[in-house]
Design a binder for this molecule. Structure first.
Ligand code: SAH
Ligand code: F3S
Length: 456
């Protein structure tokens, strides 16, 4: 570092999924370890990094507009401010991002997060002016393991652990296989060591992360007593004393073999909640999407899970307006949602992505029809979700308390095992506790509870 006495400050803004949140945290931890401070806002920061998402066009546009605004302000007020793109859009667009906006100094791809400090040093010291690195790197999947020790993370009771990178499924609509690359998994001992360390620091809930976690370790760990590598990992993490809850995201429906379904019944720390992306209820579209399952198979998984763990919270992702989607296909999705009774569903309007087969398919669905189906499906999904929320009124549930609510400091927030947010009037003594609350009423995607009184 050129000016060791004035270490720079950094602000990282994250777009997209939990994997991106986790990657940003690891970059922040890496920079803090090198002496950087975390700036409170982008206006105060010496370095501003945007960790980007490419899954839909809107996410890319948002980050590009943000960067344009940052560059405009920097040119006027902070000519030394360093601007960088990280992550998925950096990976898919590379140098083009600097050609478009020459104020950008750094473009760092998805296998290069661990190089952020080194590259920023080179830019700050004037050794290099612009750096673009989107190359593949062996073993980069094992580099995301630093967590923030200071700031709000100190009291955090829940942590994310990245177990694998990339995806080989190549769903025809999805850009992830090209932004995140081939599937690469960490080893079980390496992941368990990271989880143990987190638990030693007070973490009680761990969410295992990857683009397709159910494919974890397929090439490295053979089946053991009929159990997949992923289930072997769940068992190993389950052994950790002091860890109370285990979650994971995102799985693929094809990964829900009997071994995984059975793990829900067998491993008490594995929370009864699952986010299982459906995408469509039409077999014809599932095939065109290259999803690898049928409607019947999907419904069968849900039924088995509900049998293994009654009350399991099941959420999903659905795309409307995939190329060639007819009214009949869409109605198949509506009817599947009625049957499956999801606790919640995230609905996405199809967005053509570069270099994906679906973008070239005939019969792209007009924008107004995508909008209209989006509304119809949302109405149905919200109606089912509201009914499910209401069914909690009067019930007693266990929550893990995460901390004061962001909106109202007198309220504390926690999550049920089935992953619903509960707000209650709490105080610092509730922080990080597992406790029972009685649900009094519901709000939009929130339950309101009272610490339960035990009647002796
Ligand atoms: N398994 C991955 C999926 C990533 S994308 C993960 O969660 O990490 C998240 C969701 O975005 C997908 O499940 C899908 O519903 C939606 N999606 C992906 N590509 C899309 C596209 N081209 N247009 C619209 N939605 C898309
Ligand atoms: Fe994308 Fe399909 Fe993989 S949605 S992340 S290609 S499972």
């Amino acid at each position: 570092m050129l000016f060791p006495e004035i270490m720079p400050s950094v602000f990282i803004k994250t777009y997209g999924c939990q994997m991106n949140e986790r990657d940003s945290e690891a970059v922040a931890a890496q920079l803090v370890a090198k002496g950087y401070s975390l700036a409170k806002s982008e206006a105060l920061a010496d370095v501003v990094l945007l960790n980007t998402c490419s899954v839909r066009d809107a996410a890319e546009q948002k980050a590009m507009n943000k960067m344009k605004n940052l560059a405009g302000t920097a040119r006027k007020e902070r000519p030394d401010q360093i601007l960088g793109y990280l992550g998925c859009m950096a990976q898919s667009r590379g140098k083009e991002l600097i050609d478009k906006l020459p104020d950008v100094d750094l473009v760092l791809g998805t296998q290069k997060f661990h190089r952020a400090a080194e590259y920023l040093d080179e830019i700050i010291s004037g050794k290099r002016k612009k750096i673009v690195d989107v190359a593949a790197e062996e073993k980069s999947e094992a580099t995301i393991r630093e967590h923030l020790l200071n700031g709000s993370a100190k009291t955090s009771v829940s942590a994310f652990v990245s177990i694998m990178q990339g995806c080989n499924q190549h769903c025809t609509f999805c850009i992830v296989p090209s932004t995140r690359g081939e599937e690469r998994s960490r080893t079980i001992p390496d992941i368990v060591a990271e989880c143990r360390e987190l638990v030693a620091r007070g973490v009680r809930e761990i969410t295992l992360l990857g683009q397709i976690v159910t494919s974890f370790g397929k090439r490295d760990y053979p089946l053991l007593d009929g159990k997949s590598a992923f289930v072997q990992l769940l068992e190993a993490v389950h052994e950790i004393d002091g860890l109370e809850r285990i979650r994971f995201t995102s799985p693929h429906p094809k990964g829900y073999g009997d071994d995984l379904v059975e793990a829900y019944a067998r491993l008490p720390k594995l929370c009864e909640s699952a986010h299982i992306p459906l995408q469509s209820g039409s077999d014809r579209l599932l095939k065109l999407m290259h999803r690898g399952y049928t409607r019947e198979k999907f419904l069968g998984i849900i039924e088995k899970l509900r049998r293994a763990k009654p009350g399991i919270g099941i959420t999903t992702d659905i795309i409307v307006g995939f190329p060639g989607e007819t009214e009949e296909d869409f109605e198949q999705t509506l009817s599947l949602c009625r049957e499956a009774q999801f606790d919640n569903a995230y609905i996405f309007k199809y967005s053509p992505r570069r270099d994906t087969p679906a973008a070239e398919m005939p019969d792209q669905v007009p924008q107004e029809i995508r909008e209209e189906r989006n509304h119809r499906l949302l109405d149905l999904v919200n109606e089912i979700a509201a009914r499910k929320y209401d069914s909690f009124i009067g019930k007693q549930v266990e929550i893990l308390v995460e901390g004061p609510s962001k909106k109202n400091a007198a309220r504390y927030t926690g999550r049920t095992r089935c992953n619903r947010i509960v707000l209650f009037n709490g105080s610092a003594r509730h922080q990080s506790q597992l406790m029972d609350v009685k649900i009094e009423r519901t709000g939009s995607f929130t339950l309101y509870g009272d610490p339960a009184v035990v009647n002796l």
